[in-house]
Design a protein around this ligand. Sequence first.
Ligand SMILES: [Zn+2]
Ligand SMILES: [Zn+2]
Length: 452
Amino acid sequence: MEISTLHVVATAEPIAELDRLGDEIAELAAHLDAATARLLELIREFDARGGWNHGFRSCAHWLSYRVGMRLGAGREHVRVARALGSLPRLADALVRGELSYSKVRALTRVATPETEERLLAVGRAGTACHVERIVRGWRRIDRLAEAQEAAGHHKARALHVYQDEDGMVVIRGRLTPEQGAVVMQALAAAGETLYQRMRAADPPIWPRDVPAGTPSMEQQRADALALLAEAALHHGLDPGAPGERYQVVVHVDAAVLADPEAPGQSLLDGGTHVPAETAQRLACDATRVIMRHDPDGRIVEVGARTRTIPPAIRRALHDRDRGCRFPGCGLPFGQGHHICHWAHGGPTTLSNLAMLCRHHHRAVHEEGYRVERHSDGALSFRRPDGRLLPDVPPAPAVPCDPSRALQAKNEAAGLRLRARTACPGWQGERLDVGWAIDVLHPRAVRPRAIGE
Ligand SMILES: [Zn+2]
Ligand SMILES: [Zn+2]
């Protein structure tokens, strides 16, 4: 008896001290969550206003570059920030430090304005682990409902084609969303082709057998469908190898390739005009065939097909650059960019080449970004306004006691955060996930109450 009393006396002080330490951790964590809410608010606005949309692929890429966040974490921040835009109750609970970022992150995976209130109660009552388990179960129900819907769509697809009494062919059908998207895209493309042909024809050939007036939207669509059918039959219903499908042929005057301001043409195979900067980008790393025309436009000489960057140099470039060199990108594959374009006499040597992904190759050719190589081999990138884009941006200055500064800022904003602010209401009961979801999920089959 005496021994145990002694024991309590000896440890009471350290326990109280550890409690205080624990409280301090919990309080600071609540402050950090409140600050995270503000961070997400800023990210949401920055994302919505396209603040990242100057050389970066996405807001997450910008966060990774500017803030040093792992790309996955950046994506998650952007996702949560966007979701909270329509979930004011969850957003508010995070602001007030009542729900941790971990819980909010999990809940925003499934919450909708309709279910937000119920899920907020789950977040308040349960531990982070409970919340994870409920969200997982919730998603299973969502996926099940989605799968049922998709199966229903797939089953309901149908196309009825029959001839009417007057000889007209009637088409009526229901397509799955993916099939429909392809058909609508194809109809739009065919409609555009017909429109271009109509505009180019002088005198107008369309409508030829109809007195006057522009065809209606429905009439145009009918013509577009006929064109699609003709084109499909003409090509033996072959969708083509991916390389052929996406191959682009550009006809460009040598003078235009060297100087975008020069008079001349750059045209796609179908006759569509493309900006000279685009032609330069496509020509930067391409297979080229040089044809010489006489003044009447007849071809007088056709050179051999050559790659602007021979395979050996491309391998060496790959080896040296290991992906896109644009600051903050690092995509592991890309195109070779001539820092001084070959059309300007720039040589195809390693020192004049830099690997850029498709997105950043466009940024450099068409969006005004500039890249230079210094004598020591280092690359520097500049924004369109001439400002340097460093490889790693300098870290912002942080106050010498950041946690005190954060607490002061939150308190100034009217937040009273204590060690127990984010404590769940859970008393230690066993969590029955299946039952919880049956009760909470709007699409779940409700369990029947006894006597019902
Ligand atoms: Zn280029
Ligand atoms: Zn890139």
